[in-house]
Design a protein. Structure first.
Length: 274
């Protein structure tokens, strides 16, 4: 579950996935919706050389999608070393077990509920696949279990639903928390500013270049929306649905349910920061 509430960043052109870099292929799941944009991005990550691959966010258990993932692996002449999840929402994780079992590997996730095998994920972990590795960055906020993956060998940062390729992500209250989300955006902004990160690989929508500018825009947008909600609350309005109709009047009604979750997270944040 992603949910976008504003055409904030990213191309408005349709996104079809495909080979993004020599080390990153996106297999786009056939599950487009107002909540998932063009569909869920399943990422196949390989090293600069060699045949080890990691699959990130296998997406839904749609036979067409699972076959497309396997075809891309075979085309690369790769061996799957493991499956990773950025978080446990069903549009990212529901097909993970089936895919992992077909390759005889585990599923690693922060939340034990979504793991297959004994190994999980934690902040600062390094997941190795042959001669290359992925670094785990905890980025809670969209959900409690959200993580991002830094790919130093590829100059990429895989963000799941913390940053989308188009629009802005929801904070999936009550599981997600706005304070955590703002801290995660700050952390990613510092990370891309200190590392050689050329692009963001999102969980939905197109690849984003200029990572620093994207994260600055995300932070500015969140703060501006929070200020708008605070002004409405100060006028005496406290119902989340009513606030959505005012503050998010400029977005399609199809995503108002997503906006309402974010407003509830904003209200909780404002109440805890009085």
């Amino acid at each position: 579950m992603s949910g976008h509430v504003l055409p904030l960043v990213g191309s408005t052109d349709p996104w079809f996935g495909g080979e993004v870099t020599a080390a990153a292929i996106c297999v786009l799941a056939p599950n487009p919706s107002p909540w998932t944009l063009d569909g869920t991005n399943t990422w196949i990550i390989t090293g600069p050389v060699g045949t080890e691959a990691l699959i990130v966010d296998p997406g839904p258990p749609d036979p067409r999608h699972l076959t497309a993932i396997e075809d891309a692996i075979v085309e690369r002449d790769a061996r799957v070393a493991g499956v990773l999840l950025t978080h446990g929402h069903i549009d990212h994780a529901e097909g993970a077990r089936q895919l992992a079992e077909s390759w005889g590997v585990g599923v690693r996730a922060l939340d034990p509920e979504h793991r297959l095998g004994d190994e999980g994920l934690g902040d600062g972990d390094v997941v190795r696949a042959g001669d290359w590795a992925v670094e785990v960055v905890a980025t809670p906020g969209h959900s409690h279990d959200s993580v991002s993956f830094l790919l130093p060998h590829d100059g990429s940062l895989l963000t799941g639903d913390t940053v989308l390729g188009r629009g802005s992500s929801l904070v999936a209250w009550p599981d997600g928390r706005l304070g955590d989300y703002l801290d995660s955006l700050d952390r990613l902004r510092d990370l891309v500013g200190s590392m050689d990160v050329a692009r963001l690989l999102p969980g939905h929508g197109p690849v984003l270049t200029s990572p620093e500018a994207v994260l600055d825009a995300y932070l500015d947008h969140r703060r501006a929306r929070l200020a708008e909600v605070a002004d409405v609350v100060a006028s005496g309005m406290t119902d989340a649905a009513d606030i959505v109709a005012i503050v998010y009047a400029d977005v399609p009604r199809a995503v108002w349910p997503a906006a309402e979750l974010t407003v509830r997270a904003q209200l909780e944040y404002l109440a805890s920061h009085r």
